[in-house]
Design a binder for this molecule. Structure first.
Ligand code: ATP
Ligand code: MG
Length: 368
């Protein structure tokens, strides 16, 4: 997958831009607050259907303007494609290959990108919520129905929690309703479980290999799925039955807590280095290497499942890596497309195919 061109109008600090990208390593460099991340944000919008930093689309509108427009031209194995998104006040316009589409869900799925930005550096040390977020984004890019199951799960969970809250307060409830929501929770949970289980199994293979390559081969990385149900079950109905058993047997605790205590919303990705918990024992450098290995592996799994590499978007993380890891990234991903932002262009000397100087929302490209 290769981005050819990104255009934006009144997006963040960009009044108007038209940037062309090369197939290999593209560098966006410039001082702070000039508009490097804004481009990454605009591009990645088409992968997730929302911004990775703003909560609402209206934050993306250039101050003082009524709306914005972004457009991405890219080439995939299926041919040349384009995606466009615009918002003006309450109006939304979405286009795919210049034809109008109505739903966000129609917009996402065709353009695949892996984003690595400074917040990801905490993935190892942060709480399970961050790792679940990583799993959700990564799995959604690989399995088309994942998002739907996940949002159905959350809705069912909310309803079940509502009933548990009423029971906690001693209010009368309809037990059949509780039963029915428990069944839905277990049903959706079983799908999510199987996707996560499969995803982590695939991810482990690449992450272990890549970590070996960037760390002298002396460190062994193991990833495993930590879920309310024992990992390794293949049959969905068995998984569902397991979830139902847990929900039934823990009902008294759940009523006391007023929430559902078990399920995919409590899952974690256990990361171990040489058999020891990375969260407790990994050094700063090891954590960075693990996150880098996870991000590169995310791309490998997309390639394995979807048949082609995604675009790698590395926002401001290169300077966080030491010389050796930086070189690994720049040379090893050479056959894929990567868009990197950093302040100091010298960090990438000798490795770039296209350099774009960024200043005040303006982009000047110099192909090497
Ligand atoms: P850094 O190196 O610090 O990460 P950057 O080049 O990545 O900087 P961006 O995050 O792209 O910088 O932001 C550039 C500028 O965009 C900032 O000055 C910010 O104030 C401005 N900005 C953000 N949102 C808007 C908006 N809605 N309208 C106008 N300007 C905005
Ligand atoms: Mg930035």
């Amino acid at each position: 997958m290769i981005i050819k061109r990104f255009r934006a109008e009144n997006f963040r600090n960009i009044e108007k831009c038209d940037i062309e990208f090369s197939p290999g390593v593209n560098l966006l460099y410039g001082k702070n607050a000039q508009g490097k991340t804004n481009v990454v944000e605009g591009i990645y919008y088409f992968s997730r259907g929302k911004s990775f930093r703003g909560r609402e689309d209206k934050e993306l509108v250039r101050f003082g303007e009524a709306g914005f427009r972004i457009k991405l031209d890219f080439a995939s194995e299926t041919g040349e494609e384009s995606l466009e998104y615009a918002m003006f006040g309450k109006e939304r316009l979405r286009k795919k290959n210049d034809y109008k589409i109505t739903k966000v869900t129609e917009m996402i799925g065709s353009f695949k990108a892996v984003l690595f930005y400074p917040d990801d550096l905490g993935l190892v040390k942060d709480g399970p919520e961050e790792r679940r977020g990583f799993l959700n984004v990564a799995a959604a890019a690989c399995y088309a129905p994942y998002i739907r199951y996940y949002s159905d799960y959350k809705k069912a969970l909310e309803n079940r929690n509502c009933i548990l809250k009423m029971m906690q307060k001693g209010l009368p409830v309809d037990y059949r309703e509780l039963e029915s929501w428990s069944d839905s929770v277990a049903e959706y949970a079983s799908h999510i479980y199987l996707f996560r289980e499969d995803y982590i199994k695939r991810l482990t293979v690449y992450a272990g290999k890549i970590l070996g390559e960037i760390s002298d081969g002396g460190e062994e990385l193991t990833l495993s799925y930590e879920s309310s149900v024992a990992s390794g079950i293949q049959d969905r109905l068995t998984v569902k039955e397991e979830y139902k058993k847990i929900l039934t047997s823990s009902i008294d605790r759940e009523i006391a807590a007023g929430v559902t205590l078990f399920g995919p919303h409590r899952d974690d990705l256990d990361i171990r280095i040489n058999g020891k918990s990375a969260r407790s024992f990994a050094s700063q450098g090891q954590q960075r290497s693990i996150v880098l290995a996870l991000k590169l592996s995310e791309g490998e799994v997309i390639k394995e499942i979807c048949g082609e590499y995604p675009v790698f978007l590395f926002d401001d993380v290169l300077s966080e890596l030491d010389e050796r890891r930086r070189k690994y990234v720049l040379s090893e991903i050479g056959d894929r497309q990567i868009i990197i932002t950093c302040c100091d262009r010298n960090e990438c000397v000798g490795f770039t195919d296209n350099e774009i100087e960024v200043s005040g929302g303006k982009y000047v490209s110099s192909y090497r």
